[in-house]
Design a binder for this molecule. Structure first.
Ligand SMILES: *Cc1c(COP(=O)(O)O)cnc(C)c1O
Length: 448
């Protein structure tokens, strides 16, 4: 079967995620028949370098035997069992290792099966904690402008990307939104640290005035990924931790996208030396193999739910596939690779290579910023470089880069006017050169 035949079958029965399906009258759907390392291969045999890790999930390449073999073995032992009243080896091992790897205050793992669900768990747990403490007036959440935490109604409520949220506004919780510490609009010559510190003033004010009604502040540490890969300084997280402690408010770190080495450390919170009260993980958790998510929390939170059944303080939340053994096995194999290959150190060389290869864009008349945080590098195209005036979204400049990438065998999927790389860690320096070269050509074409 070739691409065309397959696409006809697909478009007859599927409704694809995050897609205006009418686009596919013009824009070809890409059917993938196999993956191998950084490569995806379509039904015509054309290959694409997966520069965005298949929506930020893949860490060590497609069809990596170091992950797929343990999954195959686990499949013959136990595919799934409910996690209420029952347990299994992979989930206990994984929990032990996550507790050891994350900041010391995080001692308990609660599982779900996708990122949005993990965010729902963290929001409900925080609210319920305060209920169990008799703090019934705490019903609000604080979020940052331009943040993203998923698509289910609770998670969507605490996000702030208008494109995904606006339509559903009447259905949503109303968070208190504070200006993001995102450093894109800092003054010329101002350091990211200064700017992020300055932006914290608004957070401090909101917490000072309204802490009695606030359950938690939710943030994406260091990089607002779906929010156009905007980045900020770790100092903001340190200030936030301190303020949350002073005002009796939880801190939720949504590390669903930035966890597992993307920002240059295993977890982004490490760069600020802070432990959140809740840490949400998914995406890279299983190396990109299977849907799984986890919320880590602290002993005081756990203890606030621990009581006689009749007190009705338990957290009665579950998902059918909570803690699935195959997903946990994939996660264990992923952690093994981090350990065995000293991945965090090795990635430094790759992130330096990405940085070097895009330097010519610094002088490009329509590139307003080239920014990087570890293994994430983003290039912001703008109509006016100095004033940072964006191109109108209707022009879909990013889409032109996407099309060029596909023609040249690189899967880039710009977010609006922002072209970015978030490749699997098995990418070579030569592949980085290819990926960046194609992106730079695409940016030239799209900004002509
Ligand atoms: C992707 C993402 C989510 C949602 O995860 P899903 O598995 O897609 O539901 C939540 N938060 C952040 C920061 C994300 O990037």
């Amino acid at each position: 079967m070739n691409n065309d035949e397959f696409i006809r079958r697909d478009l007859a029965v599927l409704w694809h995620p995050c897609t205006q399906m009418k686009d596919h009258e013009q824009l070809p759907l890409i059917p993938i028949r196999r993956g191998d390392g950084v490569w995806l291969e379509d039904f015509n045999g054309q290959r694409y370098l997966d520069a965005i890790s298949s929506w930020w999930v893949n860490l060590f390449g497609h069809a990596n035997p170091r992950i797929s073999m343990p999954i195959k073995e686990q499949l013959d032992r136990l595919e799934h069992v409910l996690l209420a009243g029952f347990s299994h080896e992979p989930v206990v091992q994984l929990s032990e290792r996550l507790v050891a790897l994350t900041p010391a205050a995080l001692t308990r793992c609660f599982y779900a099966d996708n990122g949005s669900s993990a965010v729902e768990v963290a929001l409900k747990m925080s609210f319920h904690y305060w209920q169990n403490q008799g703090a019934n007036h705490k019903t609000k959440f604080v979020n940052l402008s331009n943040s993203y935490h998923g698509e289910t109604l609770g998670a969507l409520s605490v996000g702030d990307v208008e494109l995904y949220k606006k339509t559903y506004q009447p259905l949503l919780l109303e968070p208190i939104t504070v200006a993001s510490p995102d450093c894109y609009y800092r003054q010329d010559g101002q350091s990211t640290e200064e700017y992020s510190k300055q932006q914290f003033a608004q957070m401090e004010q909101v917490l000072a005035q309204r802490h009695q009604e606030i359950c938690a502040v939710i943030v994406e540490p260091l990089v607002q990924c779906a929010g156009y890969m905007r980045m900020y300084d770790p100092v903001y997280l340190a200030l936030l931790r301190d303020a949350c402690d002073r005002y009796g408010v939880h801190m939720i770190a949504d590390e669903i996208a930035v966890g597992f080495g993307r920002t240059g450390t295993l977890f982004a919170c490490e760069q600020a030396g802070v432990a959140p009260d809740f840490m949400c993980l998914s995406k890279g958790l299983t190396g990109g193999y299977l849907p799984l998510s986890v919320v880590l929390t602290s002993e005081p939170v756990y203890q606030a739910f621990y009581d006689d059944y009749q007190k009705l303080t338990a957290f009665l939340h579950s998902h059918s596939y909570t803690g699935n053994p195959l997903g946990c096995t994939a996660a264990l194999a992923t952690l093994d690779i981090f350990e065995q290959d000293k991945v965090i150190e090795a990635n430094k060389i790759l992130s330096e290579a990405m940085y070097r290869e895009v330097q010519e864009l610094q002088d490009h008349p329509h590139v307003a910023e080239v920014r990087q945080c570890g293994m994430i590098l983003a290039i912001e195209m703008a109509a006016d470089k100095v004033a940072k005036t964006p191109y109108p979204w209707q022009e879909r400049r990013g889409l032109a880069v996407y099309r060029h990438g596909l023609e040249e065998g690189v899967l880039l999927r710009p977010l609006g006017n922002v072209v970015y790389f978030m490749p699997p860690y098995v990418i070579t320096q030569e592949q980085i050169r290819h990926m960046t070269k194609v992106a730079i050509e695409g940016i030239h074409l799209a900004t002509k």
